[in-house]
Design a protein around this ligand. Structure first.
Ligand SMILES: [Cu+2]
Length: 173
């Protein structure tokens, strides 16, 4: 292959791959890369006059989902009238509060999630193991628990989120 032809091939492949990356960033969840295989092949052929053979399914993973912007959890959420409200932060793997306090007894724990990333609220420790459903885009995760005095941990049970920072201490008095 001559040097100029090789450059053309590289530019052609680069352009087609660049286009795919842009489409992936716009619509990652609706996107089936294999649907674009014929276009990719024809683009490469147009640019180079050669047939590109793509064997098998084409896969490209952008996971874990890139998160933009990080909110820091601050302060203590305090239960009021039997409800403990620990909302998810506007962005990032964080709640709005770093920790929480409540009185012993019946408690509703809830967490509104403004993000498109799914989250929930769960607790464990001191014999408790409860969680609300996973929600997104303004949904509210909540559950009821009858809590004895002691130390608990609240966290998001979506895989990786607790490790990413979505946890805090709940003190029940
Ligand atoms: Cu989460």
């Amino acid at each position: 292959m001559s040097p100029s032809k090789r450059n053309k091939l590289l530019i052609g492949i680069g352009g087609a791959v660049g286009l795919l990356v842009v489409v992936l960033l716009i619509a990652p969840s609706f996107f089936d890369l294999n649907k674009y295989k014929p276009e990719l092949v024809s683009e490469v052929k147009k640019a180079t006059g050669r047939d590109l053979v793509l064997d098998g399914p084409v896969t490209l993973s952008l996971l874990p989902t890139p998160s933009v912007g990080v909110s820091k959890a601050e302060g203590t959420a305090q239960a009021q009238n039997g409800t403990l409200d620990i909302p998810v932060a506007a962005s990032g793997l964080a709640y709005k509060f770093a920790d929480a306090t409540a009185d012993a007894g019946q408690l509703t724990i809830k967490s509104e999630n403004p993000q498109s990333t799914p989250h929930n609220i769960a607790i464990e420790g001191n014999g408790a193991d409860d969680k609300g459903k996973i929600v997104a885009s303004g949904g509210v995760s909540e559950f009821n628990a009858d809590l004895k005095p002691g130390d608990y941990t609240f966290f998001c049970s979506v895989p990786g989120h607790r490790e990413g920072g979505m946890e805090g201490k709940l003190t029940v008095k």
